[in-house]
Design a protein around this ligand. Structure first.
Ligand code: ZN
Length: 240
């Protein structure tokens, strides 16, 4: 009997707020409200991560997120492809605080939003924590490239084939100091890099990227990634 009452009370405790939310009586702060567009400036919550995932199946939600976040990223026209390399729901990735070099690469809209969140909530905080200054620019090795994974014949298409990935080779801090994956990643996996060193910064950047991208592959993953972070919003999830 007591068990039934407890279950009933628990159900009511869940259903009443849900009903009030549905009816529009109960309002949630936008960053907790699944119906509000994603605003990259809000402190991320669990709902933010769900909203980020939603951008992949709802192109209109992605454009709404760009607008809500005041990110001006020009649309790139959709383009069909006979070779498995279509462009859909893509934009030119405009720089925020961090300039991209080369500038304005073509990326899918969800990747652009993930990048903006990563820059604001992971990259810049990591730079400030380690060096007391922000990142001025990021050097990338490309986004859209109609090819298979590792350029293998007969393999599966890379996320680069649909502009859903970006390869980052290094960063320049506000004071002009350069940091590259190839030179500064340093020790092998498992070794602890000291706080304030480029190696520790790059590990924090990798860990932070894993919160916003689905696959993050760097030097710890394999030799082809010794000189860059591959960041994508594909289906396959991996953080290494
Ligand atoms: Zn890549």
């Amino acid at each position: 009997m007591l068990r039934r009452v407890v279950i009933l009370l628990l159900l009511l405790a869940l259903l009443v707020p849900a009903g009030l939310y549905q009816a529009g009586v109960l309002r949630l702060p936008p960053r907790w409200d699944p119906r509000a567009p994603l605003d990259i400036r809000d402190t991320p919550t669990l709902v933010t991560h769900w909203k980020l995932a939603r951008l992949e199946w709802q192109p209109s939600a992605c454009l709404a997120a760009l607008e809500a976040s005041r990110l001006e990223m020009p649309r790139v026209p959709d383009r069909a492809s006979d070779t498995g390399c279509p462009i859909a729901n893509a934009v030119r990735l405009e720089a925020g605080e961090v300039a991209l070099s080369p500038a304005r690469p073509v990326v899918t809209c969800p990747l652009a939003v993930a990048w903006a969140m990563f820059e604001r909530h992971a990259l810049q905080p990591a730079a400030r924590a380690h060096f007391g200054q922000g990142v001025r620019s990021a050097r990338h090795l490309g986004t859209y490239n109609c090819r298979n994974v590792y350029h293998r014949q007969g393999g599966r298409r890379s996320q680069h084939a649909t502009a859903n990935a970006i390869d980052i080779a290094g960063f320049t801090l506000a004071d002009g100091r350069g940091i590259t994956l190839l030179r500064d990643w340093g020790e092998e996996e498992g070794a602890e890099a000291a706080h304030g060193t480029p190696a520790a910064f790059l590990r924090d950047v990798r860990d932070g990227a894993c919160r916003y991208f689905r696959a993050v592959l760097g030097p710890d993953y394999n030799a082809p990634h010794r000189d860059h972070f591959h960041l994508d919003r594909g289906r396959w999830s991996r953080c290494s």
